[in-house]
Design a protein around this ligand. Structure first.
Ligand code: CTP
Ligand code: MG
Length: 235
């Protein structure tokens, strides 16, 4: 089985606040996207990384990849992304050569995922699961509410799902390539992760243990945490 990784990196990063597109912001002096590319290319199973760049940033991303040390055994392709994460992933899948039969989809916004998590996802796909997601039990109790019409207004609670049955999902998510391609062709509803599209096809998605360091950089405080994790690694 040949394995490729698609890295959607085309988002603006609105929740992080004003500045460059999120994937191009630096952590420890290196763009977040480069950390994410290195994290996936660190797996010996990954022989191709497709980076989905901001729509007008493909040239800049290509020169960033050329300017940073990356494993020789890995090929890199850059394509421009779209208006939604879902569209960006589909554009990345369209760029995959036919010989790849396992595909990982990994957020550029999760720059610090450990290689052991990447390898565990790949192994579960190679063992026959059509879709695999790394996830952790949530540390907070989660409530379902009726969302407020106005921001900040009190929101009535509808239910409190049993926390022991909940998992907070991360990336890389791993797929049988044909399954994910079909999901992206057939599911039109907007979703926030790729595995849920496979669920909509009626196929079983399995969860494997995620990792704390695979957290997503979403808000400014996440940058503080990411810098601290990097500094700890460099000790
Ligand atoms: N992404 C993408 N194309 C989009 C939107 C998002 O490739 N049109 C990517 C982001 O670059 C990121 C990943 O999807 O690596 C996860 O998305 P998220 O964390 O929501 O990033 P942004 O959409 O950039 O952030 P925000 O929602 O705060 O604007
Ligand atoms: Mg987003």
């Amino acid at each position: 089985a040949r394995t490729a990784a698609v890295i959607p990196a085309a988002g603006r990063g609105v929740r992080l606040g004003p500045g460059a597109p999120k994937a191009l912001r630096t952590l420890g002096g290196t763009p977040m996207l480069i950390h994410a590319v290195r994290a996936l290319a660190a797996s010996r199973a990954v022989s191709l990384v497709v980076v989905v760049a901001p729509p007008d940033g493909a040239v800049e991303v290509k020169s960033l990849l050329a300017a940073h040390a990356l494993p020789e055994r890995t090929d890199f392709v850059v394509v421009p992304g779209g208006a939604s994460r879902q569209e960006s992933v589909r554009l990345g899948l369209d760029a995959l050569p036919p010989e790849y039969d396992v595909v990982l989809v990994h957020d550029a916004a999760r720059p610090l995922v450990p290689v052991d998590t990447v390898d565990a996802v790949i192994e579960a796909v190679r063992d026959g699961a059509p879709a695999v997601v790394p996830a952790l039990p949530p540390s907070d109790t989660v409530k379902e509410v009726t969302p407020a019409a106005a921001p900040g207004a009190p929101e009535p609670v509808v239910a409190t799902p049993d926390r022991s049955r909940l998992r907070a999902v991360q990336t890389p998510q791993g797929f049988d390539r044909q399954v994910l391609t079909r999901a992206h062709a057939e599911v039109t509803e907007n979703v926030t992760d790729d595995a849920s599209m496979v669920e909509q096809l009626g196929l079983t998605v399995v969860v494997v243990p995620g990792h704390e360091e695979a957290f997503k950089v979403t808000r400014p405080l996440d940058l503080v945490l990411a810098e601290a994790v990097l500094a700890r690694r460099r000790l």
